[in-house]
Every structure is written in structure tokens, then in C-alpha cells.
Design a protein around this ligand. Sequence first.
Ligand SMILES: [Zn+2]
Ligand SMILES: [Zn+2]
Ligand SMILES: [Zn+2]
Ligand SMILES: [Zn+2]
Ligand SMILES: [Zn+2]
Ligand SMILES: [Zn+2]
Ligand SMILES: [Zn+2]
Length: 1750
Amino acid sequence: MTDEEAGGAERMEVSTELPETPQRLASWWDQQVDFYPIFLHHLAQFVPEIYFAEMDPDIEKQEESVQISIFTPLEWYLFGEDPDICLEKLKHSGAFQLCGKVFKSGETTYSCRDCAIDPTCVLCMDCFQNSVHKNHRYKMHTSTGGGFCDCGDIEAWKTGPFCVNHEPGRAATTKENSCCSLNEEVIAQARKIFPSVIKYIVEMTIWEEEKELLPELQIREKNEKYYCVLFNDEHHSYDHVIYSLQRALDCEPAEAQLHTTAIDKEGRRAVKAGAYAACQEAKEDIKSHSENVSQHPLHVEVLHSEVMAHQKFALRLGSWMNKIMSYSSDFRQIFCQACLREEPGSENPCPISRLMLWDAKLYKGARKILHELIFSSFFMEMEYKKLFSMEFVKYYKQLQKEYISDDHDRSISVTALSVQMFTVPTLARHLIEEQNVISVITETLLEVLPEYLDRNNKFNFQGYSQDKLGRVYAVICDLKYILISKPTVWTERLRMQFLEGFRSFLKILTCMQGMEEIRRQVGQHIEVDPDWEAAIAIQMQLKNILLMFQEWCACDEELLLVAYKECHKAVMRCSTSFLSSSKTIIQLCGHTVETKSYRVSEDLISIHLPLSRTLAGLHVRLSRLGAVSRLHEFVPFDFQVEALVEYPLRCLVLVAQVVAEMWRRNGLSLISQVFYYQDVKCREEMYDKDIIMLQIGASLMDPNTFLLLVLQRYELVDAFNKAISTKDQDLIKQYNTLIEEMLQVLIYIVGERYVPGVGNVTKEEVIMREIIHLLCIEPMPHSAIAKNLPENENNETGLENVINKVATFKKPGVSGHGVYELKDESLKDFNMYFYHYSKTQHSKAEHRQKKRRKQENKDEALPPPPPPEFCSAFSKVVNLLNCDIMMYILRTIFERAIDTDSNLWTEGMLQMAFHILALGLLEEKQQLQKAPEEEVTFDFYHKASRLGSSAMNAQNIQMLLEKLKGIPQLEGQKDMITWILQMFDTVKRLREKSCLIVATTSGSDSFKCDEITHDKEKAERKRKAEAARLHRQKIMAQMSALQKNFIETHKLMYDSTSEMPGKEDSIMEEESTPTVSDYSRIALGPKRGPSVTEKEVLTCILCQEEQEVKIENNAMVLSACVQKSTALTQHRGKPLGAETLDPLFMDPDLAYGTYTGSCGHVMHAVCWQKYFEAVQLSSQQRIHVDLFDLENGEYLCPLCKSLCNTVIPIIPLQPQKIDSENADALAQLLTLEQWIQTVLARISGYNMKHTKGEKSTVPVLFNQGMGDSTFEFHSILSFGVQSSIKYSNSIKEMVILFATTIYRIGLKVPPDETDPRIPMMTWSTCAFTIQAIENLLGDEGKPLFGALQNRQLNGLKALMQFAVAQRITCPQVLIQKHLIRLLSVVLPNLKSETTPCLLSIDLFHVLVGAVLAFPSLYWDDTVDLQPSSISSSYNHLYLFHLITMAHILQILLTIDTGLPLAQVQEDSEEAHSASSFFAEVSQYMNGCVGYSIPGWYLWVSLKNGIIPYLRCAALFFHYLLGVTPPEELLTNSAEGEYNALCSYLSLPTNLFLLFQEYWDTVKPLIQRWCADPTLINCLKQESTVVRYPRKRNSLIELPDDYSCLLNQASHFRCPRSADDERKHPVLCLFCGAILCSQNICCQEIVNGEEVGACIFHALHCGAGVCIFLKIRECRVVLVEGKARGCAYPAPYLDEYGETDPGLKRGNPLHLSRERYRKLHLVWQQHCIIEEIARSQETNQMLFGFNWQLL
Ligand SMILES: [Zn+2]
Ligand SMILES: [Zn+2]
Ligand SMILES: [Zn+2]
Ligand SMILES: [Zn+2]
Ligand SMILES: [Zn+2]
Ligand SMILES: [Zn+2]
Ligand SMILES: [Zn+2]
């Protein structure tokens, strides 16, 4: 009790009365009669003590004290014994069936498409991984928080409701369960304790600002400590809150930010403590600072410190309750019972309802705990879940209303629990039966929507609030949940209650029927587009609900008929204005109809007709049940079919008028509405139903009357009644469009029968047809098909069940996605006038299908496929086809087409007329084939071939067709006309031959026969047409080539020139092979072959002028990019210390290299400079978004838009040739020994010269024993010299510029042209670039030569020649200084103090540096000399041999003895040499390396280890000298390669022979290397020793199944913060680290700037460049530097070959090895920067993303 002493005397007094141990306290409690007052008394004592420091609490201490002084006694009291022991026992027995895990926002949830009752049934990661659904068709989604794992709920799953862990009878329940169920005493105790606990929680939670504490809690003297508490809302921005706090409290930004973060997370926070007045003042201050014109003030309250403490503890008590309940079902039940018990004599609802009702007033943190309490109690016990649901429904209205006026997210509202209850089938049924929940929901809707009702009692959402209406959608959603599973058993009560709900629902529809009416705008354009989104959004929300209502109604005939009656009544009530309007009379070709006068183009119209459409839906279902005939029993009064058809017809006319541009002054709002009317998201309950309603009309009305009505509504009676002789082209165009639109709708009415109930089709056939028509447009990926099919209430399209019947899947390549292609046999089902085609889809499909038929050499007719039969209720619709008015319409159109003066027709119109003709003929043919001729009354043939009576129509349709065929402009329609005429014949023959028995077969035979002859005649015509087409195509191609834009043309020109060098190479090889004998393919030593060089003429991509590359000419340059690289590192994440680094020696782990790449595009240096300046200028003028960093020399290649930061000068290779006789002579003279002596003499000479001067710049230690005077300073010159190359100034300038860039980027330092490290960096980038390219070639399994891309080849060539020239732009003394340090590694007698040990350098870097620097030894003050060809061939040979020997030793010393190797012959010569050499070396090492390694093992390891080095050396010397490599290096054979390398590089194939040959010379050297103490130290550090061959880097292994990665991510915890709010785990694909991205907690400061965890990681892991995988989004991102990045397709594909960024579709994903490999190559080819630049160029949208904080 020590920490409580500070309190005061009166507390002491109380506490002395109390027993000291929890055990004693518990038993004291046990003696009291009533627990509640004692409990309160106890809490009154301790709670304010424990939670006293609200502003700055010590959480750990709070936890400890609350445990000791409250929870432990409570638990003792509950269990009557040591709670730890008891809980431990219970833990093993507590395995309960339901998982019940509550999802946090961002967590992945899984649903099973095969087994889940509906898509709201989900599993948590653990349960999913342990369930059978893992191998089913599952979906992955990201939770928005608040959901609940349904594992174990048998009602949620058709199969596999349990995962392995929650399966009953598993998990240790068998043994201990029996003995550990709760005993009676504990249960009795729980019954005593829980109600008090609940009461306290409820009392404290439901608190109002001014309320006094309960008297029982006021046992202490009231202190004067208050808090000013700020609450979270969703209106104020983060920054605004910070600002308000800073102003009001006068605090630091950091403190304000701290408060704000806490408020956002918890929902409230005390921001000030003090006396009441001070807090009150702060409250007013905050309010006034946060208030402005558009926003309410923040919510602030002043609370007494004790209230605050009790509230805090109440929540803690809630979590304690959660824990206790997790142990036993009995506890849960007792808790639930207590929560449901109403206080006797009180008006209050039961405790749980009180909490629910207070929910909207609570802050976030409190809500979360309360919801968890509900989850862990009620939702875990089915029986109580039901009782809870009933309470929930009881207060449903009130809860929803409060939610709607609340401003918190739905995920933290108690109303979000509805999905957990309403989707459970038994609960839903119970709630409908017992509480009429459908009516409750619809009435709630009616009560929350009145503010949107206009004076006609229709909705009108003008000026609606999106947020508020969005909340109303949640109520609509509940309706969907309730209806989601259709009952299988119907009780009388269920039927009654459902019908009542339906009636109530019709009330809502009534408010929607005809809402938001519009009138056509004439004259002026409307000023403001009206809001339309809200109404359409409600339509979308309602779509599936309407369908479900219809399905429920269709459960039995009686129900359906009653529902129909109700719906019909409702429609009629809404049609009164129509029924009472005035009448008008229409007449056409002898038919007269009296109808209401109404014009869509003048009167009000609405697109919203849910009642009419529901009725249409019910009618179809009635037809499906075959019960239309019983309709008159229920709708005995006048059926008023005309009124039913009226409104849907108006909608279709509206669409036609919009297409005809009659409504263009009504703005975009109308266009959007019409779009959605027909869009897949709405069409099922809008457009489709309107068509059905017209079909109902056509089936019930006289066809002539119906058509006249249609003509009247389309306002086209005049257009058909008389010959309109208008010259107004606009009007004609308008008429033509309207006629086309009307004909299309007529086609749909007659032809569209793919709705079960309209035609005899199944649901599957409907979906198949949709898919066929989509694929007739083009092959499509799965997602595109799915997007174009309507989803049902379970978000399913039914696509997978049928797609394989109509289409074949084609797998994707390395990029792109897999697509479905239509099977050939499905092509016959193509209907050009498919009613779901948009205008563009229609023309695309028509075009494609015609093209296909042409390719197959068929005619181009696309007649309708034979439609399925109508259901009997709709069978009369076909009479539209052969009625008088239809014939009249068709004839009129044909006549106008023939009439040369008439403009009132179009080809499209004609096509539709043909289509209608074809439908009529098909119908008659089908009927004739099924029934005897005399029974077929459908006489389309007869009507169409009948002659008219008047002069106007003296020709029948057949004759008209013949005429049309002859019109040249209608060439394109000929095939269709021919097809129709043949159909006429067929039908005629069927009519005539019907007396014959086999009418059907002969009919179709002759038809086929006709087709063949017809095809022949076609073929002839086709050939001519084809020739004409080809000619046209050629001309078109020429035209378009001319039109290609500037860049494109240039690209073409470039490509042709860039191929030139390659071509020349190959030609040269072919020609030179016979003349050049073997020796020519050796690069080093006296036998060196000739350099092969070509005159190079290049074209500048900027000015397009050609120029030959010569050293005396102005420079030409290649655009290039220099970057730091970790692509080869053996030690990822090694810290870099750039500024102080000595880059002369490269570490053998190649941790950070400098890579130079080029896109291979050539420019004049001058042109490039001008271009660069122009870019700079333009960027100053307009704000350039961070596309590239001009200050760092970045620019985009003018041609290919790669990111570049410098240019490489192109310098020609200086050909060198050796006179072989001279060379042989010299060989006698210049042994290695002598060469070394000469070099040393030269060095020592320089040294003396310099020391004679002022200062010694060459820090060399000489072994003074060497004093052979025959070797003096000038002897090096006697082997041959030549004068140095003279480069043009322009070239020199570019050399300096490029070298400075390499230095600046490679070392990350400011540019400095005079820095001594510049030459080092030049050599270093040469060596590293070669190593990277060699590694890449090896990785890809390509041969060393001949496989490089042009850009790599040109870049490498230019880089080497640049390096040669770079030496000359430097002071030679400097080069010498570097050279001597390099040589000190491999020359005996030359060692400086700074010479590193043999194991800590990369020898290839030494080789490159030494070779490039060596000519500086020939430099003299007076004359500028360089070695002659022959001298340099020896220099190269000896340098290479010495360094190779050093490398051999490196390899042997670091040999890994654990590798399994293929044994070669033990007694081979190489093995022997290896053993003896290694034995020798071991002596020098004093036993540091073992003897025991067998010779063959040494040899094999050496050979494997040295090959990369040899390959690099071959590349280097080739591009340096231009000597042709041996054939074997151009092919891909490992065997030949080694020997060829040795031969090219003048090495013996038994490498140990080198040592034998030079033994006397190198022995001291080997001794020196081996005796180096640093080396021995290096060897001891096993882990950091680099072994050869170096391991090849690759991206980390990824699991095949994406859900494994999600699983990993779910276990990820941010290393910096403990809260479990939404995180963005991101995986580094270089090293496998998982990082906490886009989160303040893990930001770092770099150079004073905040960067996100990923960017920070990339700095070390990839030298600024990195590839990450955002795990929860399945997106790859590439980043570079601090501010650049781009998205890249993830290598995971679903079974349809598509990626799923953002896991939007949620299909199972699997790793695509090819794509991952491609990503790997992007990295290894150093193309990440390029990808980023290119994506930013093309996709400016991504600029919004702040990459820096990734
Ligand atoms: Zn679970
Ligand atoms: Zn489970
Ligand atoms: Zn399943
Ligand atoms: Zn140029
Ligand atoms: Zn380029
Ligand atoms: Zn990494
Ligand atoms: Zn973090």
C-alpha cells in the first residue's frame, strides 16, 4: 500500500478496516448480503487513486495496481480459490466452437465461393489456413475493421464450418473437459458478481457532462481537479485540430500533435488539467478556435477527475470481463442473462440496450471495447445472439437515426453489427416472423428519408449531403442482408409478415416511381447540372434487393399472385395523371387508336420507375410458374395494360431522343443517367425490365394498336404518315436517328427472349449468351468479362460455371494478361442487335464478325441466330412481326431507300429492317418445321409478298429487296439481302411442300445447297473486292507513315543506323576469318592479334547529321546514366562511408559499385549541350514536377526518354599491330624478372626525381637489396615507345565532364574537377560495369560475346575508350602515384604502408586500374610518350599474369571445403600441381590452412572460382584492344569456354604452371602475401570472408501462394509502436526485410528531411534503389533516391493470368516465375531508374504520391 500513503487521513481510516490479502477481502465480500454497494465502495477507494494522472499516466503501474487491488480480489471472490490455478485449468477446457476473432482494419479476411452461405461469411487468416476452404475457390479481402470470424458457425457454411482448431471434439477437450466444467458455487458467485459489474460499467459509460457521481462513489472529499477533454470527430482535419490546440492551450506543436494523434486513435483525450474555471476557459478557447464558417466547433467537455478515472476503469473492467468470458460458456451465458434483465420497476431498457442506445454518443475507444464485449458474449452463444438480435431490432429505428446523425465511421457504430445477425438464415426468419423486421427496416427508411420528399411525395435529392445519404445506404444494405438467404420452409406467419414487409417496401418504391422528373430544355442550356448521383446510387443499391424481393415472392404461386396484386395497385395509383389526361387519335394505314396525348419532348419525364419494373419482374416470374392465367382472379378490375406500358415506353423514347441529340441542352446530368440506365450496374432493374414491360404489352395488346402507340410515343407518326419533304438536314438526321432507335427497340421486343420466363431458357444459357456477345467484340481477360456481367446479391456473376463451354483460355506471356477467346461453334449465336451492346460495342462486334467471315471466305451476311421459343405467356409477341403496321413500316423504309430523292433513310435503318425481316422469316420457318402447315397462322411470308393496293405500295417486299440489291451504294448489304431472299424461298418451299412428310429436312438441305452456289458467286466478287482493298490499304499505309510524328520517324532512322555496327562486325568476321590465322585471337603478349576497328559514322539523334568518329573531330556522345549499385554485393546492407572512402581498392564483397549504363543514343556534344540548356530554361519557366533533378545533371534522353545524368564521349579505338618478328626477339630479352626490374627502376627513378624536388609524393618503400645497375630509369623506354595520342579539345572537355560525373555520383560528393580520386573512380566504374555485365550474361546463360544488346555493347565500348583517354586529361604524377599503390599489391619489393592485404581487395579492379594507368610510367617532362604496341602487349601480359596469380591464391585460401563437387581424376596433372602448390603455400601460412584438401578438389574449386574473373578480363581486353575473341566465346558452351578464355588471355590451361614458370620471381611475393598478419585475421572471420565464385544475387524467394505472404504480414508488428492500428507492411525484395511503410512511427530523418521506412531502408539496402512489395495491396513499387518511384505489376497472377492490384477482385494468387524473373532482370540490368522515369513520363497521375514517405 505504499503508493497510496500520499492520499490522506480519511482513506487510511477506511483501508484499515479492510482485510489485506485479496483472499481475505474476497471472503469478507462473501459475508455481505448485497454485493453492489460494497463493490462500489471498494472502487470508490481505489479507482481515483490508480487513475489519477490522466495527462501523463504510467500505464504499467496502473495495470499493476488495478490487478492487485481490484481484479485479483474479484477473481478470488468468483472462484473461491486461487484464480491463477483455476483459470489455468479452465484454459484447457475452454475450447469453444466459434472463433469469433474481431478484425482490425487492414487485416485480410477470406471467404469461400464454394461453401459460404453469402459473401459476408468470412474467416480469419488462422482459421482459413487450417480449413478445407484453402483448396477451394476462395476470395481474399482487406477488412475495414469491425467484422468477426465466422469459423464454427454452422449456419454460415454449406460445408466445412470448422477449421482444425475449432472443430468440436478436438484440442484437448476430451480428457479435461468433464472435470473442469464450472461447479455450482462458481456459477452462483458469477450470478452475484456479473450484474454488479455490468451495472457499474453501464452507469459509468452512460455519462453526461454535468452529472454528479453516484453517492456511493463519493466517499472522498471532493477535490477540485478537472480535465478539459477533447473528443474526436470526422469533420476536422488533423492539422486543424493541431492548430486549434496550439492556439487555445498555447502549447508547442509537438505537444499538440501528440494530443491529436491520441484523440484520433482513442477518440478522446484530456488536454488540460486544472480547476473547473480554467478548464471551462480552455474549453471555450478550443471551441472558438476550431469553429469557422464551414465547421462546427470541436466537441469539448469538462469532466471531474474522478469521473474520468471511473470511466477509464469501467472500460478496463470491460476488457477484464472479456477475458473471464473467454474461459467458459457458462460465464458468457450468465453475463448475457444479466445484460438482458430489465431493472424491476425501472423505465430503463435492459443494460445491453442502454449501452447500444448510448453508442452514438460514445467515443471511439469506448465503443470498441463495448462492441468487443458484445462479440465475446452474445455472438458466441447462438441462443443469446437471437435474444440480442431481438433487442437490436426493437431499437433499430432509434439506433439507425442516431447513426445517421453521428459522424463516426460505420465500422465503429453498433449498427454495423446488423450484418452479423441479419445474414444468419434462422435469425433472419425468426426476426421476420416475430418482429416483422422487413417492415421495421423499410419504415426506418421512410422515417429518415422524408427530408428528401417533394410536395408530390416523391424523392428529390437535389442538394443532398453525400455523407448523410451514404449513411442511409447502410439501412438499405440491412434490407439486403435480411433477404440474402431465401427461406426453404414457409410458415403462415412468415408469409404474412413477409407480405407486410413487401407492402411497406412498395411504399418506398412509390416515393421513387417518377421521382426527379425532368423536362426537355429548349432554347437555352440549363445553368446548373442537377444532382443525379444520389438517385442513381440508390437504384444501384436497390438493384439486388428488388431482385431478391421478386425471388422471395416467387416462392409459391399464391404469394406471388398476392404480391402481384399489391404491386399492380401501387403502379395504378402512380398512373392517375396518365389515366386522367386528355386523349388524341392516331391513324395509320387503316388502323385507328385512341390514346392519351403526351410528348416526351415537351412534358415531364422520369427515368425512375421501380414499381413498374418490379411488376414486370413479378410478371416474368408468374409466367415462369405458368400462373399468368390465374391473374384475373387477383386483378379482376381493368388490367390497364396501356397504362403499364406507358412509363417504360417513355423511358426508351427518352433514350432515343438523347441519342438524337434533342436533349443536349439538358447537360451532362441527363447523359449520365441514361448511361447508368443501360449500364450493367443498373440495367437489370431499369432498362431490361422496361423492355420486358413492352414485351408484356405486346403480348397482351393488339399488335397494330401497340405499334401505333409506339410510333406515337416516338413522335414518328408523321414521319411515316406522309412523305415529309423537308430540306432541314438537322431535322432529317433527328428523324432518322429516332427511327433507328425505335426499330432497335422493336427488334428487342420481338427478338430478346433470354430471360427465364420470357423465353424458354435457363439462367446458364443467359449468362453464356452474355459472354458470347462480349467475346464477339474481342478476346477479353476474365476481369473484363466479369465487370460486364451483372453481379447477384452474392457478388457472383455465374461466369465460371459456363465460360469453358463457350470460350477457351489463352495464357499470358511475360507481360499482359490471359484472355478468353470465343470457341468457333459459339460464333453462330452472334446477334448483331444484342440489346446489351452499347453503340461502340455494336459497331466493333459487327466489324470484327464481318472481317472474320471475310477471312474465312464466307459471305458477309450477319442474320439473327434462331431465337429460343417464347414462353406461352409471351407467345403473342411475335404477332408484331406480321401485323399491318410493321409491314407498312418496313415497306416505307425500303421504298425510301430506293427513291433517289429521299433522305429519310440510312443504311443502319435498312440493316435493322433486314433484321426484322429475317426474324419474321425465321419465326415462320421454325413454326412450319414444328407443326403442320395449316395450323401455322403466322403468315409473315404471305404478308411480305402480298402486293399493296395503292399506287404507293404497288410492289411487295420481295420485289423491293431485289431492287435494293441492285443499288451500288448498298454493296455492303448485298449478302444480307441475298440471305433474306433465300429465306423467302425456303419458307415458300416449306409452305408448298408441307404436304410432303419430310418438309423439314428437305427444306434445310436445299437451303444448304443454295448457300454453296451462292458462296461460289461470292468468291468471284470477293477476289475483285480484295484486290481493290489491298490497293487501298497500301495507299493508307503510305499516308499514315507520312503522318507518323517526328520522334517516331527519328526513332526509325536511328534504329536502322544503330544496327549498322553489328552488321559490319559480322561481315568483317566472315571476311577476315580465312586470312587471320589462329594467333590472331590472342589478346595479350607477343602473339597478340591485330585490333579490328571499323570506320564509325554515326548520326546525331538531335540534328540528324552524320559524322565520322575521329579523335581529332568534335566529340560525339552517348547519353548515359551513372548510378550506385548493390547488384553484386556479397554483404547487403553494409554501411557506406562515402566521403572518406579510398576508392582505389574495391572491397572483395563489391558492396557498392558505380555502374555506367547507356541507352545507346548518339548526339553531337554541342547538340546535347544545347538540348540540356533548353531543358534547363524551360524548367525555369514552368514548374517542373520532380521528373528529374536538373541540378544533378539529370535529363531524359531526347529519343527514348530514359533517365540520364551524363554523356559518354565516343572515342575511336586506336588500332595497334605487332610485328611478330620483333615480338619474338623481345621475348628472349624481356622476362618477367627483367620486366619487374625495369618497372621498379622507373619507379625508383621517379621517386628520386620527386624527392630531389620539393616533396616526396610517392610513398614507396624499397627493398634496398635490389641494386642492379643495368636497370636504370630509362630502360623501360628501350622496349618501344610512341608518342601519345592527341585528342581534340572537344573530346577532352567531354572526358573531363563525364569523369567528374562518375566521381560525383560514385562518391556522392560535390563535383570537383581536380580531385585526385577522379581517375580512381573512372577505373572503378569500368571494372564494376564489366563485372555487372559479365554477371548478367552468366545469369541469363548467354555467351560472353555476341549476346550483348546494342546499347550495352556501345556503352561498354565507349566506356573503355573513354577510360584510356581519361588518363591523359590528368596530371601524370597523380596517375603514377595511384599506379604505384596498385602495383604494390603484386610487385615484390614494392610495398607501401597502405597496401591492403590480399584478401581485402577485388583483383579485377586492380587489373583494370593497373592496365589503364600503366602508360603513365612512360611519361617524361619533355616528351609525352606512351608504350609502343609491343611494349604494351608485354605490360598487359605480365600485369595480367601477376594479378591472376594473386587471384588464384585468393581463391585457394578462401576455398569452401564443404561444397559437393564433381570429382575429376585424382591423378590428373592439374590435381598434382594443385596439391604440391597448396602444400608449399600452407608452409608459409604456418598451418593456417589445412593440408587435407585433396588435389582434385583444389583444382575444381579453382577452376569454378576463377572463371568470372577470366570472363571479365576477356571482356575488358577485348573492348580495350579490339582483338577478336575465339569462336568458342561466341557460343554457349561451358566446356569450350575455359580453354578459349585461357588461350585468349595467354594462360596455360593448367593454371599452376604459371607459378612453376615464374617460381623464383613470385616466391617472395607469395611469402609476403601469406605472412601478412591482416590476411590471417581476415581468414579467421569466417562470416565475412568472400569466397569465389561470388554468389550471384537474386530477388528473395517468394512463396507460390500469395496468402502465405499475407499470413506473414499479419504477424508483422511495427518495431517502433505498440498500437495495432492499420499498418502497411512492405517487403524488400532484395533482402526480405518487412518494413512499416507510410507511417509516422517509422520515419527517419536523413539530411534534415523526413523519409519513410522504405526510402530509408533503400538507402542502405540498394544504395538508394530498391524493389518493394506492398503486401496488403499486392503491388510492387520501384524506388530511387528520396523522391522517385513507380508502381510495377506484381509477379502474382490469378488463375486467369491477371494481376490484382489492391486485391480488388480477391481471387487466389500464385507466383508467376517468369514475371518474377523479369523483375529480377530489371534489377540486374540496372533498369530500375529507367522504369521509374518512363512510368513517370507516361503516367503523370502518380505524382500525387509522396514517395519520400514510403
Ligand atoms: Zn477465426
Ligand atoms: Zn477456426
Ligand atoms: Zn470452401
Ligand atoms: Zn547533332
Ligand atoms: Zn536513349
Ligand atoms: Zn532490403
Ligand atoms: Zn512503424
